[in-house]
Design a protein around this ligand. Sequence first.
Ligand code: GLN
Length: 283
Amino acid sequence: MSATYHELLLDTRRRLEQAGLSGAQIEARFIVCHACGKSRDELVRDAQLHVTAEKMAAVDELVTRRLSDEPLAYILGEWEFMGRTIEVTRDTLIPRSDTEILCEQAIDALGEGGRLLDLCCGSGCVGLCAIAEVKNATAVLCDLVKPTLAVARRNARKLGLSARALFVGEDATLPLPEALGRFDVIVSNPPYIPHGDLAALDRSVRGYEPMAALDGGDDGLDFYRAFARNLKRCLSDGGRAMFEVGAGQARAVADIFARAGWTVDEIVRDLAGIERVVKCGLD
Ligand code: GLN
C-alpha cells in the first residue's frame, strides 16, 4: 500500500487514538518525524510525497512499540528538560517535569564559577541544565551505573559542557573520595519509591525504566539517610544541599537531615503543589 506523508500521519494518529492515548496527535507527529528522519517543517513540506516501504515499516515498528506501553522518550531516544534536549536510554530515568523545580533551585543557589555535585545523576539532566545557566559553574556528576554515566557524558558533550563537567562512578550511599573536594551546591534526585510500591507502578514505568533508579529501599528513604550521614564534609561553607522527594516524603526527609545536624531551610513545592524539594545547609 502506498501512502503520502499526510496519510501516514493521519493513520498513525488514528492507531494511537484507538489505543486510548491522550496525546495521539502530538505523539504521531513525533513518531513519523523520528522514523522518517524529518523535522516537523520537512514533514509539512513533504506532505503530498509518497513514503517508501522502508519508512512505512519503520513507522509501523515504532507504533507497535508505543502500543506496548513503551514510553515515547525511549522510542525517540531523547526528551526535553528545562528547555533543552536530553538523550535518554533505558539506563536512565526519563526526566520528569516535576524535577525542573530542583534544577531551578540549584540554579538560584549556584553563583558564578560555583561547584555543583549531582548524585545519582542519571542522564545528567539536573546538574548539566543547572551549570548551563550559570557562568563558569562546574559540576561533578556521579552515578554508579557505567552505561548511565556514559549517557550523562554524551549529554554534556551535546550541551557543550564537557569542559565543565567531571563524571565519577561512585556509590552515592558511601562517603565520596575526599579528592573531589567541596561543593557550593549538592543536588540529587535519588531513587525514592518504597520497595513494596514498585510492583504497583504504571506499566510504562515498571516495564521500561531502570528499577535501580527508583528503588529507595523499604520506606523509600535509604538514600536520604546516607546523604545526611555522608555529605556534611562535601559542602562548602555556606553551601546548600537540595534533594527531590516523593509525594508525602518531605517531612520525613527534613526530619532525617535535621536529626543529623543539618539546618533545613525550606521545603519547595512543584508546579502541581506537591512538596518536592528539601533544601538544607549547615549554617
Ligand atoms: N518521580 C519518579 C516516579 O514517580 C521517581 C523518581 C525517583 O525515584 N527519584 O516515577
